[in-house]
Design a protein around this ligand. Structure first.
Ligand SMILES: Nc1ncnc2c1ncn2[C@@H]1O[C@H](COP(=O)(O)OP(=O)(O)OP(=O)(O)O)[C@@H](O)[C@H]1O
Ligand SMILES: Nc1nc2c(ncn2[C@@H]2O[C@H](COP(=O)(O)O)[C@@H](O)[C@H]2O)c(=O)[nH]1
Length: 227
């Protein structure tokens, strides 16, 4: 039987993807698995290297972040932090389903990151930028595409400043990328749903309701396997 459909969450940096995701994973423990990406950016305080893997041969190792780690972490989506050289080697080897340059760093989704989640019959969540969305559209992954958008550029800038994770330079780069994202996300048919994350509760309810059919599938199959 086919497993649940994966979910691609995209939208400008600072729009609230991780905030919503963290809540979803907490409310539906054992239903979602996060596809742990690789990146060449430096870890933020509190971020942990996914499973401690940082070398290319280990790209093919287990990459599913246990829910307990997700919840105890500052972020819902720690990465495999790596170098440009190692990541490029992985891309050249065909280990990645997609990769992109974002704000001066490389990011990418390894095939094993997705396979590890799907092997457990969980809903695989991918948090990728708009280039990632376009690249995934060229694959046979068949996810649900959701864009999380901020109410305005001003609010986005405030959220990013208040988060205190960016330098002036990286903040500017992220705001530039956000303008592009907000424009490109208007393309008809690119996303199944665009959620404006103004009021967090409302945004969360919308996210939950679009995912309910897949959530139900996982919960039902867990029930069936108990019988
Ligand atoms: N609805 C909201 N109202 C007010 N603040 C919010 C809301 N949603 C998220 N935030 C805050 O905005 C900041 C950015 O949110 P978050 O880190 O979840 O964004 P993100 O889209 O995951 O960014 P990135 O792509 O850089 O990881 C956080 O400090 C978060 O607490
Ligand atoms: N194309 C991809 N984009 C990714 C991936 N993992 C994360 N991202 C996107 O990068 C930016 C910045 O993330 P941050 O953690 O440095 O704030 C954000 O828009 C993410 O959606 C990936 O594997 N591929």
């Amino acid at each position: 039987m086919a497993g649940p459909r994966p979910v691609v969450l995209s939208g400008p940096s600072g729009a609230g993807k991780s905030t919503l995701l963290k809540r979803l994973m907490k409310d539906y423990e054992g239903v979602f698995g996060f596809s742990v990406s690789h990146t060449t950016r430096n870890p933020r305080p509190g971020e942990e290297n996914g499973k401690g893997l940082n070398s290319l041969p280990m790209l093919l190792g287990a990459t599913l972040l246990p829910v307990a780690d997700v919840l105890s972490s500052e972020s819902s989506e720690d990465y495999h932090f790596t170098t440009r050289e190692k990541m490029q080697e992985g891309i050249d080897n065909g280990d990645f389903i997609e990769n992109a340059e974002f704000s001066g760093n490389m990011y990418g989704t390894s095939k094993s990151a997705i396979e590890d989640v799907q092997a457990q019959n969980l809903i695989c969540i991918l948090d990728v930028d708009i280039q990632g969305v376009k690249n995934i559209k060229e694959t046979d992954l068949n996810p649900i595409y959701i864009s999380i958008q901020p109410p305005s550029m001003e609010i986005l800038e405030k959220r990013l400043r208040d988060r205190q994770t960016e330098t002036d330079d990286s903040l500017e780069k992220r705001l530039d990328a956000a303008r592009t994202d907000m424009e490109l996300s208007k393309e008809p048919g690119l996303f199944d749903l665009v959620i404006v994350n103004d009021d967090l509760e409302e945004a969360y309810e919308k996210l939950k309701s679009v995912l309910m059919e897949e959530i139900q599938k996982v919960q039902d199959s867990k029930e069936d396997s108990k019988e």
